[in-house]
Design a binder for this molecule. Structure first.
Ligand code: ADP
Ligand code: MG
Length: 289
């Protein structure tokens, strides 16, 4: 089912509503801007307001996490930014341009790795390059380097079923990075993994994003993960989906590696503060926090 578009979409800029300004006050350009966005899904039986009045700014190099009860519109929000669906009202901009369908600038990584079982690891990892007609000797070598950098150098000729879940997610990460997107959208990419693998991958993803100066938006069900990996944690409320509270993660937690961030001063206090916020949300029984 397709979301509907509002023919009366406002076209004025609405810079007054920078609800998510970063705290350090620098004058960075936003990579992602959502301005007064509503998203309505229409089925033959009903129209569902999945997101309403969304104002979100994400700046270059930031990693922002979205948490909230299931069904509050987290995946919908990523799909809007990825250009897979259009807003019913309001604007979605990436690098100042209105989003018009998927773009190689934006990489989207999902909970399931969606590797093709009949393709080798290398040809899975190069798929995005192949689809965008950018696969050549040079870009293929770059992918091999990426695989090596993630400890997958000896898997290039293997098939997905020969790898563990954590290794497959690393291949999916390489495939997402291979097209060199500037912005990464990560939809619960660690939730199917065991705890230890998940912690290792959190470190790897955060390191990779920071080293490459990428901007990221992470959806997660795991509040401690959200705090450990991000610069800001945004709590969404459900029915209709909307931003409830934005939390800045203190610098000592932000700059620690995710694995150690959980032991930093202030981590538990912030965890409990956000937890209480989540507990008072409608539909909390649906969450798996
Ligand atoms: P989350 O990722 O936070 O769990 P979603 O963005 O998947 O939430 O969904 C938000 C709401 O929109 C839910 O009520 C869901 O049932 C509904 N929804 C999502 N996708 C569709 C769709 N394609 N058609 C109709 N309703 C949808
Ligand atoms: Mg979802």
């Amino acid at each position: 089912m397709e979301p509907i578009n509002d023919p009366n979409e406002p076209n004025e800029h609405n810079d007054a509503s920078k609800l998510n300004e970063i705290a350090d006050g620098t004058d960075k350009q936003p990579v992602v801007e959502l301005k007064d966005v509503d998203l309505v899904y229409v089925t033959d039986r009903e129209a569902l307001l999945a997101l309403t009045g969304m104002n979100l700014y994400v700046y270059s190099g930031e990693l922002v996490s979205l948490v909230g009860p299931s069904g509050c519109g987290k995946t919908t929000l990523l799909s809007l930014i990825a250009g897979l669906i259009n807003p019913s009202r309001g604007k979605v901009l990436v690098h100042g341009h209105k989003v018009n369908g998927p773009s190689p600038e934006v990489g989207y990584m999902l909970q399931q790795d969606y590797l093709f079982p009949w393709r080798t690891i290398l040809s899975n990892a190069t798929l995005g390059l192949e689809l965008t007609n950018r696969l050549n000797k040079e870009s293929c070598e770059m992918v091999i380097d990426l695989l090596e950098g993630m400890g997958l150098g000896n898997t290039t000729e293997l098939y997905p079923h020969q790898l563990s879940g954590g290794m497959r997610q690393r291949v999916a990460l390489v495939r997402t990075l291979a097209t060199n997107p500037d912005l990464l959208l990560l939809d619960e990419p660690f939730s199917a993994l065991d705890y230890q693998t998940k912690l290792q991958l959190e470190d790897l993803v955060v390191d990779t994003l920071r080293q490459r100066g990428k901007t990221g938006i992470l959806v997660t069900h795991d509040l401690s993960e959200a705090i450990a990996v991000s610069d800001r944690v945004i709590v969404l409320a459900a029915k209709p989906g909307r931003i409830r509270t934005t939390y800045e993660v203190p610098a000592n937690i932000r700059y620690a590696q995710p694995f150690y961030a959980r032991e930093e001063a202030g981590f538990n206090e912030l965890f409990h503060e956000i937890w209480r916020d989540l507990e008072t949300l409608d539909g909390k029984e649906e969450t798996s926090f």
